[in-house]
Design a protein around this ligand. Sequence first.
Ligand SMILES: Cc1ncc(C[n+]2csc(CCOP(=O)(O)OP(=O)(O)O)c2C)c(N)n1
Ligand SMILES: [Mg+2]
Length: 590
Amino acid sequence: MARFEKMTVAEALAAFLVENGVRYAFGVGGHGNTPLVEALRRRHRAGSLRVVDVQHEAIAAHAATAMQWACGTQSVVFTSIGPGWFNTLIGQNTAMSNGLGFLVLAGDKTTAYEGPNMQQLMRDGQFGFVAAAGIVSKKAYSVIDPRNVYSVLREALAKTREPAGAGTVNVFLPMNIQAATHDYNLDLLLRRLPEAGHGPRPDPAQLKLAAEAISRHRKIVLRVGGGAVGAGAQIKALASHIGAAVVMGPVALDVVESDFPLNVGPAGSKGSISGNFASENATLVINVGSRGVCQSDCSGTLYASASEFININLNAVEALRYDGIPLVGDARAALRDLLAELPPPQLDADWLREIEQARQRWAAYLQDYYDHPIVGGKLTQPAVVKAVDDFINSRGGLKIYDAGDVQAHGFQIARHLEPKTFFSDTGNSAMGFAICAAFGLGLIEGGRYPTAIVGDGSFLMQAQAVRDMVKHGARCTVVVLDNQAMGAITGLQWAQNYEGFASSDPPGLGAVDFAALAESMGAAGFRAQASLDSVVDCLDRARRHNGPAVVDVKVAFGREKYTALGAFGRWNVGPWSEAVEAIWEGKTPE
Ligand SMILES: Cc1ncc(C[n+]2csc(CCOP(=O)(O)OP(=O)(O)O)c2C)c(N)n1
Ligand SMILES: [Mg+2]
């Protein structure tokens, strides 16, 4: 006999989510979602779901992304109708850019639609929000009937977790429907989604082609992307077998440890000398779960010597990039299958030596920066990033790098000891992601300690997240590298022979006291002096503080050497676009 229970649509929805492993709900209430908030409240009080009210919906979306990324913890985001939902969009794109997804539950006007509603989409038709969300997310639904909770919610949640296609899914909840009651069949309502099965194995015929291609080449690069997370052991095994340099994509820098002798680090304009050297000189490139976003593959022009590509990817379309041999399948399985297909190793001693020399050139280049940590009486950003990164590694913490020069320095300087310890919004580069991510990760009981490394510009885009950290008892540190500039943009303007304009504080304007700002919101604030010892001392005190802490570090900014690491290669932005695209099209550079 089926069991039935009368409840509101919002309550049924909350019951379904809890049953399916959702543990956090981040969001903001409004006139568009009071029945939903009431249903979430009951779950919160019962201890089955933690409701975390935040100061801005982007914080909610970023926190949900970070939780899923770092430890697979499932969350949903809830918003009122209209502006609250709009505020999530930057976070939805961040999640999607990094292959992650979650449900966004947003209020909507009533199904009666008696006339214009406050905060409705101005160009709304009956399903205006659904149409708008359909463009910016994986999928959007409207709950127009209480029974939709059985089917629509199940499908929506499954889509957020789809292998090789995870993304955010928006579910719009008309206000009258949220509050409507229905006699729910509990057996139908409380079904659990099955876990996704093992990923598919690549086609044997394509595997054979790939193995033959490998036997034709001596200079090989294995390019590691986001789809390779969890496949570090298989990547090292294959790289060791074929003597391939391992180039790390920005989203996957920690998949293989920095000390692995064939790891040449990141490539692209914010990459490394060694990563670019290997990429430019390889004749065969094996992409493992890698999309090759513009900044990281010199806008499609990085692999100057490559005549063949192999693409291991769960997504059949991504597997066609660079006209490569497509190995459509799970990275671990495909790498194992490929290795099994190969004859005994024939390593190229010259290539291995060239790789090692390039690694040494990059290490020496970096060391020169670390040896000059002060410019004009202030610490430099590269030196501080190195000190912060070393500190986090020594304590086994998580690091989240924000946007701008801070992010580039994270790519280039951070060292990786184990997977799932480095996070940066590489595909969307949403300023303020890191501070929100640290907030989310700092809530997880027994979780690893998170530290956000952010610029002044990025901090001030989501400064209110500090208040959320305080309110909800997050344990985390935010290190602000304050150069009083949107430094990455000024640097780009200079590199393109423009004037630095509208991208830094006007001369004479005093700096923000970030420690005081943090203290005003109830967090601990620490001010570093102009020495690396002082930075480390502040980090240590921040870490021992049992709550959120902000460490304010004033860093040098200008055209002088040592203030920022170099950019390399090509990037199709601004005045460079045409020249880079000509190379991409196959024209010889002038
Ligand atoms: C939301 C958002 N707006 C604009 C940009 C473009 N952008 C990229 S980096 C950057 C400046 C970052 O400044 P800051 O956080 O202070 O870091 P810095 O480069 O100075 O180290 C800007 C404006 C962006 N990535 N995200
Ligand atoms: Mg800055």
